[in-house]
Every structure is written in structure tokens, then in C-alpha cells.
Design a protein around this ligand. Structure first.
Ligand code: SF4
Ligand code: SF4
Length: 441
């Protein structure tokens, strides 16, 4: 079975919802649609309080090259446009919509599917851009930009990421079982942009045997290879996935296109298919709602802008003992401090947990056991990065490969001294970035 060469861990999988089909969540009473759902500049609002909108209508326009359009997730009236808590932990400009209950699409959107084979490359990328498609695996990079690498970078390998290596999360797993045709069609559309020689793969961890079988039966006749990957975290990280499937190594400072590769997430492939063939903007997504503190763990399809509060109520409500809510998975997700936070295009899951009975993380002295070094998939020395971050030696820490840390959390997970290694690394990254911004300003 294929896997990446360096490091990795195998935390308990806790995939409680893997056999739970995706349930459609009804339109909530209010939507809070963030204009900052992607990497790059937030979108510029093009509606104001009192504007009437139809489902799929543009409410935020991409502002610059690395940015993405944002659309109304349902029909209704704009109540306000104001800053609001964001799942990333900050405030972001947000369009509040009071739904009219009709959920009526704007004209010409979400049509019956059409055959895409006659579309030019420019048509396809234009439709993806208009629809506001971004990487739905977490990074949120605008897909139209990713699909147009510099002309001197020849892409010969397209990989769909179906690893879903984070514990608890099963949204991609369910999509692979329930929407295999759309996934394969989305991958075919993406591959068509790179000429006939590009090879297409779908990488899936071996703990999803049913998804491997389903996609193999749909994809093999289309020249797509479904690759069974060892269940190992972080198998779904871009560099590790490329290494596992092709054997190529993305060196520090390189991007996947430097090694002829392009990786897209499973949900993104479905969104690409829907944008190109149905003219459907990205206004909803599948989210895993899990953890021992939620009444009914589920996979749901929810509108972008639905609050964590409404979703928790739809899933049987929280138990009183809940004391932590995480947007994303337990390894790379972020704790949120209010249930008013809305889901965005990159929200793959939300976890409701309590840490009663879990040993409180109290940092102790490093015992030089080397476990953090053994598991680091990027070949770094996490103990040293954390030490240097604590000493605020920011010039030195850059020489130690700070930028190559993918914040996977594997080092923190294994440390017997409970050192908050990834916390210190993120702290150093934030301060180094701020310093660089100040310098360039
Ligand atoms: S968080 Fe960074 S330093 Fe720690 S294991 Fe992951 S890549 Fe390595
Ligand atoms: S795992 Fe923890 S104790 Fe062991 S070397 Fe790394 S930082 Fe030190």
C-alpha cells in the first residue's frame, strides 16, 4: 500500500459518522455569509441592507487576482453587512440574509446538466471563477487560479484527494459513496485543461474500502487510477499525497506545479462539475458534525452561512458538558468561541467535545526523546523550532525551516512532555509574517 516516506502518526480514527448518509439541512431563519471564505483578499460587498437577492446571486465580488466571488445561499432580503465572528478566530465582513422561505434560484443558475466537452479552456476556468469555487479541503485557494499555473510549468499528474485523514471527518467519504459520477466528471473536466497526456489519480485511505470500490467501478473505464493509500496522518496533506502517489518530493520553497502535479479535493471536484455543467455557484457543502457531545452525529448538506448554533440544534443539540467546539478536525481544526460563527466554503466538519478526564496539557521540560522529529512529515526538528520561538529568535527560526511546517500537529500529538510545539510554531509564523509586512510597508 502506498504512503509518504517521512514521519506520520495514526491517531484513533473515531469516524462515527462513516455509515451515516448525507442529510439535507433545511434553510435556517438567518444566514451570515462571510466575504472572507478563501485565501487572498476578501470579496467586496455588492449588496446593501434592504437588497432583495435570489439564490446564487452575487453578493461579494472577487477583489483582485487571489480572491473569490461570494453568492447568496438562498433567496431573501439582505438585513445588514457588518463585521461578524469568523471560524478562523477573527472578525470578517459578513452579509446577513433573512430568507424568504422560497429558496428560489436566480435565472439561469443550477440548470439541468449540459455536456461540457464543447467548452474551451477559457470557458471552463471562467465558469469556475464566476461560481466562486475554492479548495474545499481547508486551504480555500481560489480554484480558477490553481487551474492556471504559469505557462512554463507542465502539469502531467492530477490527483484528487480522497484521503480524509483527519479523525472524525467523513464528509468526503460520504461524497465518494453518494456522488461518484460527479466526482469523476469533475476530475475529467480538470484533467481536460492540461492536455491528453496528464494522468489522473484518486488517492483514498485504505480505511474507506467501500469508497475505493465505488470509485474504482466508476473511474477505471475513464483512464483514472484509484490508489489505495495506507491509513496514516497526514496522508491528505498535499506534499505527502504527491509523495505517496508519484514518489516525487516537493522540496522546501517549491509548489506542486514545480514537480508537474496538481491536487484538488473531492468536494472541490464536485463543485467544479456543478459550476461547469449546471452553472451552480458554491453555496452549500457537506459537513461532518461529530464528537461525543452532540446529540446526533451526522453528515449534513448545509447552506454556506448557516451558524454553528443552527447546525447543533439540527443535530440533536449540545450536551451541557460540552466545553470545546472545533471547526474542522481535531488535528488541524480551530477552536471557536461562539456558536454564532457560520460555516464557510472550507468548513469540512465541526466537533463538539469535552475534555473532562483528559490530562490537562501542562508543558514540561523536553526530555530529548526525539519522537517529534520521528513523526514530522516535513523532516523538521519541532522541539528546536519551539525552543527558538519561545526565545523569540525569529531570524534563526527561519533558517530552521519554519515556513515548511504545515501545522499538521503530529509533533504535539506525540510529545510525552505535553509541549505545545505547533502552538509555538504558529506563534513564530504570525510574528515573522507581521514583521515582514511591516518591513515591506
Ligand atoms: S506541525 Fe510542523 S513541525 Fe510539527 S510535525 Fe507537523 S509539519 Fe512537523
Ligand atoms: S517529543 Fe517532546 S520531549 Fe520528545 S524531543 Fe520532542 S519536544 Fe522533546
Amino acid at each position: 500500500m502506498k504512503t509518504f516516506k517521512t514521519g506520520g502518526i495514526h491517531p484513533p480514527e473515531s469516524k462515527f459518522t462513516e455509515n451515516t448518509p448525507v442529510e439535507l439541512m433545511p434553510v435556517p431563519k438567518e444566514l451570515a455569509i462571510s466575504l472572507n471564505q478563501h485565501l487572498g483578499k476578501p470579496a467586496k460587498p455588492v449588496v446593501k441592507a434592504g437588497s432583495e437577492v435570489k439564490k446564487g446571486e452575487l453578493i461579494g465580488e472577487a477583489d483582485g487576482f487571489i480572491s473569490a466571488n461570494v453568492h447568496a445561499s438562498t433567496s431573501g432580503k439582505v438585513k445588514s453587512v457588518k463585521p461578524h465572528p469568523h471560524p478562523g478566530g477573527h472578525y470578517a465582513m459578513t452579509v446577513f440574509i433573512t430568507p424568504d422561505g422560497q429558496d428560489e434560484w436566480a435565472e439561469g443558475l443550477n440548470t439541468d446538466p449540459v455536456d461540457w466537452h464543447g467548452f474551451s479552456k477559457e470557458d471552463i476556468i471562467g465558469k469556475i471563477k464566476n461560481a466562486g469555487i475554492v479548495g474545499m479541503g481547508g486551504a480555500g485557494f481560489p480554484t480558477n487560479v490553481k487551474l492556471a499555473p504559469p505557462p512554463d510549468k507542465k502539469i502531467d499528474t492530477i490527483i484528487l484527494n480522497g484521503a480524509e485523514c483527519e479523525p472524525f471527518l467523513t464528509a468526503d467519504h460520504r461524497l465518494m459513496l453518494e456522488s461518484p459520477e460527479e466526482i469523476v466528471e469533475g476530475l475529467n473536466i480538470i484533467t481536460s485543461l492540461f492536455g491528453g497526456e496528464a494522468r489522473a489519480y484518486i488517492g483514498i485511505e485504505s480505511n474507506k474500502k467501500d469508497a475505493i470500490e465505488t470509485l474504482t467501478s466508476h473511474a477505471s473505464s475513464k483512464g483514472i487510477e484509484v490508489v489505495s493509500l495506507k491509513t496514516k496522518y497526514p496522508q491528505g496533506a498535499e506534499k505527502q499525497l504527491i509523495n505517496a502517489i508519484t514518489g516525487r518530493t516537493i522540496e522546501p520553497g517549491e509548489l506542486p506545479f514545480d514537480k508537474g502535479c496538481l491536487v484538488q479535493n473531492i468536494a472541490t471536484a464536485v463543485a467544479v462539475y456543478e459550476a461547469v455543467c449546471k452553472n451552480k455557484p458554491l453555496v452549500d457543502r457537506v459537513v461532518t458534525v461529530s464528537g461525543l457531545e452532540i446529540g446526533k452525529p451526522k453528515n449534513i448538506r448545509a447552506l454556506v452561512g448557516t451558524s454553528f448554533r443552527d447546525i447543533s440544534l439540527f443535530c440533536g443539540n449540545l450536551k451541557e458538558s460540552t466545553n470545546q467546539i472545533i471547526s474542522g478536525g481535531p488535528m488541524m481544526g480551530k477552536a471557536v468561541y461562539t456558536l454564532d460563527v457560520p460555516i464557510i466554503k472550507t468548513t469540512s466538519g465541526m466537533l463538539f467535545i469535552n475534555n473532562v478526564g483528559i490530562e490537562k496539557a501542562r508543558e514540561r521540560t523536553c526530555i530529548r526523546c526525539g519522537k517529534c522529529v520521528d513523526v514530522c512529515p516535513q523532516g523538521l526538528a519541532p522541539w528546536l523550532l519551539a525552543n527558538v520561538a519561545q526565545l523569540r529568535e525569529f531570524d534563526e527560526i527561519q533558517l530552521l525551516g519554519l515556513a515548511n511546517c504545515t501545522e499538521c500537529g503530529s509533533c504535539t500529538y506525540v510529545c510525552p512532555s505535553k509541549r505545545e510545539l505547533v502552538h509555538w510554531i504558529k506563534y513564530a509564523k504570525a510574528l515573522v509574517n507581521n514583521r515582514q509586512k511591516r518591513k515591506s510597508a
